[in-house]
Design a protein around this ligand. Structure first.
Ligand code: ZN
Ligand code: ZN
Length: 339
């Protein structure tokens, strides 16, 4: 399924078009993968609507790929045909800069994202550098593993960036796929940490309580406690200001969003220095994922275990899955079934 140009999804319902193109040929350091499943992510909506546009069209989207190895370049060793491999948002980076050398290849200026800067998994086959393919633990089915590769890996990085330790208080603003997974990770890794969930819909609040949140309420409600850290997964600004207010002195807000929408930007003018920022409060964003986030998260998810609720669509119905994601119609992570 090809993305050939940007579209406005409030007016158009078929942003991707089916096409037959030749199977890709792996380069020296690459694997040829036969795709089994590919998750459908909000970031695809950001690509389609131009908030993080692909540099070249057409491109095959998809960055939560579960596949089996169907071939490899001459420089690849130690990976056998038929092995099950996952591909995440990180496709490649330069390998040589200060960020790549310190395990922060997600910050590399030459970072290339799967399904945006290189063809991704809304296809029968794809190629990827062997260093960006991750073995999938046997605990997961192909459908269950797909959503873990993005929402899980980035949730894992967000949680790491909060710097919290067991017992400290954590807030989550927004309660989508990534936040669910963070809550499950926290329950396991930091069992004495109370989690406060800020979400607009009462259904989401209820779901958060079911999953073990200590408190759930609306974005600007008072949780009755000050928090050591908050992870924001919303596309808007109001929760950012609200979260800064409930942070303890020295607390940290981690914004896990590739782009923020402009619609409610005026909320930022309500930022009051003494109330929201003073006392050494910090704001940090999460950018992309590093390889270690993906591999460490997959291992952790298999141990906990985390089993995402999924809903499958055939590849030809990718447009339908994207629209349903946009309109928040159906609960559960959306996964394309390909091979
Ligand atoms: Zn994603
Ligand atoms: Zn680099």
């Amino acid at each position: 399924m090809l993305l050939e140009r940007l579209s406005d999804l409030s007016k158009e319902d078929k942003p991707l078009s089916p096409a037959h193109i030749p199977d890709p040929v792996p380069g020296d350091d690459q694997l040829l993968l036969k795709v089994s499943t590919c998750g459908v992510c909000h970031t695809e909506l950001d690509e389609i609507e131009g908030r993080t546009p692909p540099p070249v069209f057409p491109v095959i989207p998809g960055h939560q790929v579960v596949s089996s190895v169907a071939g490899s370049g001459s420089g690849v060793t130690g990976i056998r045909e038929g092995e099950r491999m996952g591909v995440a948002w990180i496709f490649s980076s330069c390998g040589d800069c200060e960020f790549c050398k310190s395990g922060n290849e997600n910050l590399c200026s030459q970072f290339r994202a799967t399904g945006r800067d290189a063809h991704g998994g809304y296809a029968e086959y794809m190629v990827v550098p062997a260093s960006s393919a991750f073995p999938i633990p046997p605990a997961f089915s192909d459908a269950e593993a797909a959503p873990l590769l993005c929402a899980g890996a980035i949730g894992y990085r967000s949680l790491r960036l909060t710097g919290i330790v067991n017992g400290q208080h954590l807030g989550l603003t927004g309660f989508g796929a990534s936040a669910h997974l963070v809550l499950k990770m926290v329950r396991y890794r930091f069992p004495d940490t109370p989690v406060y969930v800020f979400a607009r819909s009462s259904k989401e609040q209820e779901f958060a309580r079911e999953l073990g949140a200590a408190w759930a309420g609306d974005t600007a409600d008072d949780p009755g406690a000050k928090l050591d850290a908050v992870i924001d997964t919303t596309p808007v600004w109001k929760p950012v200001v609200a979260a800064m207010k409930v942070l303890k002195p020295g607390g940290r807000l981690v914004i896990n969003a590739i782009r923020k929408e402009d619609a409610d930007k005026e909320h930022l003018l309500k930022l009051d220095y003494p109330e929201h920022l003073w006392m050494e409060k910090e704001v940090k964003s999460v950018a992309n994922v590093a390889r270690l986030d993906v591999s460490e998260f997959l291992e952790l998810a298999a141990v906990i275990p985390i089993r995402p609720e999924t809903r499958e669509y055939p590849l030809e119905e990718a447009n339908k899955a994207l629209l349903e994601l946009k309109n928040r119609k159906i609960r559960g992570a959306k996964v394309l079934r390909i091979g």
